[in-house]
Write a protein that binds this ligand. Structure first.
Ligand code: UDP
Ligand code: MG
Length: 322
């Protein structure tokens, strides 16, 4: 049985030595597995690549896919998944927040028939605004989507061969990996573990980027914001109609008072203006994403490969071997 572990790496020089050691330990404990780690370097500017190459010299089971620049964690993950040819592929964060020691449990769950195995953390130790943001995001995502991505799951998990093939065939550029991984279906299972603090360095994703990711995942998985806008539009225009009738009657019956009418008008215009702006904003979110998809740019560009075979681009049918 072949096992691949895909790890996106962006400036993780402090974590890499321990990460490699613990990954090797954990994979070694999976019985009968021929394993391989695929480090996807997402344009690191520190010594990450050198450390990976040195690790590869010591142990050829560590491989490298180096991207041409920083593309973000989800494109990096997608690149890793496209290069993984194993029977089961684990995806894991490179900052040791996802403990590699859980990998044997994921494999056991896969051997028990799970095809999409999600690792869910029992506790989250983020603090302050990040914690609040994560909590709010999972809530909102849960409400807006017709399918349910279990709360407290990140990218840590396992996909079997069939699931990986289907994942690689998904054509979209906006890749919210946890959502897509759930969307593809198959036999899904959840394995629980405790999430730790990041071992070294600060989180690589700025708050701004996290907000962007959250918006991406909401707008690329849900049409409910559009529906809500329609509902709000209908409600507000009927209200406007009723108010119009009310003032017309007042005028016709001779109760009209000018100063009051002015206030009403200003309030209404401002209110309607705001609603329209929100509506346009929501449309813009979708429009921008449609534009991204239409451009058909590749999701990532590979600069260098060490120990893995070139693979077709994500979103394409696999090449037929000559
Ligand atoms: N990462 C990446 N590209 C980026 C940012 C992060 O490949 O632009 C990697 C990073 O090295 C780590 C994983 O993605 O292995 C998760 O990053 P981080 O810890 O910053 O995210 P969080 O834990 O907040 O989800
Ligand atoms: Mg992290």
């Amino acid at each position: 049985m072949k096992l691949s572990v895909v790890v996106p790496i962006y400036n993780e020089e402090d974590n890499l030595p321990e990460l490699s050691r613990r990954l090797a330990d954990a994979c070694g404990r999976v019985e009968g597995a021929q394993w391989q780690v695929i480090y996807v370097d997402d344009g690191s500017t520190d010594k990450s690549v050198e450390i990976i190459v040195a690790q590869r010299r010591a142990d050829a089971r560590f491989t490298l896919v180096q991207l041409s620049r920083n593309f973000g964690p989800y494109p990096a993950l997608s690149a890793g998944l496209a290069h993984a040819d194993a029977d089961a592929v684990v995806t894991i964060d490179g900052d040791l927040q996802d403990p590699p020691e859980v990998i044997p449990d994921l494999v056991a769950c896969w051997r028990g028939g799970g095809q999409v195995v999600l690792a869910a953390r029992r506790s989250r130790r983020d603090r302050g605004i990040r914690r609040l943001g994560t909590w709010a995001f999972h809530r909102i995502f849960g409400v807006l989507n017709d399918f349910h991505v279990p709360a407290n799951t990140g990218i840590f998990g396992l996909l079997d061969r069939q699931a990986v093939e289907e994942f690689n065939r998904l054509p979209e550029r906006n890749r919210y990996v946890p959502g897509l991984r759930y969307w593809i279906g198959f036999d899904r299972r959840v394995v629980y573990y405790d999430r730790l603090d990041r071992a070294h360095g600060s989180p690589k994703q700025s708050l701004r980027r996290l907000v962007h990711l959250a918006l991406d995942s909401i707008f690329s998985f849900s049409y409910k914001p559009l529906k809500l806008m329609t509902v709000a539009g209908v409600l507000i225009s009927s209200l406007g109609f009723l108010i119009g009738v009310w003032y017309m009657l007042k005028r016709l019956l001779g109760y009209e008072t000018a100063p009051l009418g002015f206030t009403t008008l200003v309030t209404l215009v401002a209110f309607l203006g705001r609603i329209q702006l929100v509506g346009i904003g929501v449309l813009g979110q979708y429009l921008g994403r449609i534009y991204d998809e239409v451009k058909q740019r590749p999701l990532y560009i590979v600069r260098r490969r060490e120990g893995v075979a070139p693979s077709p681009d994500v979103g394409q049918e696999p090449h037929v071997a000559p």
